[in-house]
Design a protein around this ligand. Sequence first.
Ligand code: ZN
Ligand code: ZN
Length: 318
Amino acid sequence: MHCLWLEKQTLEFRKDEPVVKPGDREALVKVLLAGICSTDLELVRGYYPFTGIPGHEFVGEVVDSPGDSTWVGKRVVGEININCGECQLCQKGMIRHCENRKAVGIHDWNGAFAQYLVMPMRNLHMVPDQVPDEAAVFTEPLAAAYEILEQTSIEPGDRVIVIGAGRLGQLVASVLKLTGCQLQVVVRHQKPRAMLENLGIQTLTPDELDNLKFDIVVEATGSADGLSLACQHVRPRGRIILKSTYKGNVKVNFSKIVVDEVSLIGSRCGPFVPALELLSTGTVDPKVLIEATFPLERGLEAFELAGKPGVFKILLKP
Ligand SMILES: [Zn+2]
Ligand SMILES: [Zn+2]
């Protein structure tokens, strides 16, 4: 099959990677669309030493599921954390944090930038008919945005700022808006501003941030500078929610966090069920975030474009 292969921080297009036969509790999924996210770009930059097929945002169709043939022909999305079911964290129900976990397209499991991928059946969710592929492919990042609401309560009066109006920041803003909080998003460029304003979300330029303080600051810039900006604009006893992962360490003055008794909340993957619900009711429509769709053969070009500043979602169609 065709795929993109990552090894030693080099991505290449391969034509003859074998298709793996799924086990009893697994399904072979034909990839319909896959999305390139910042984590994929960071993988290529060496955020984590992964060798194999990247790609963890996808919608596909089950073509083989030896343990349960009723899934064949179903359109699915898949949760990316593959847990062992036995460790302490799994026993406690924290399956996304399993000590022995693999992660689709990130750690020890081949991902979706390919014609086919194998997924454990228990990670799959059927996609409702009314959700087109172009929306379903956003289930994983939308779930990651929704995770914030699972981790902390956001009330209608809360002053909330999202720093970063890119791919993830836009989804985060769409989800947070549902709480009725006083939401603003920091934007530098006209295009993301227009997209947010279309959704009725207020925007601020970095200059307008001035000395403003917020109850909750969500850092979704995808870069190391975001956290220090977040620290400057959180009120005492406020919360900073961290959504970015990147290579390397961040320099932050932690005394301010201690003195101001600020809570730092790391936030990664989220629940698929409410994300699919938001898509199927049309409450969130992520299709506007699609910048371009490339055939898999042009995957390297697609990655290059996805890494340019201000570019929204790039999809790959095997
Ligand atoms: Zn991602
Ligand atoms: Zn486990």
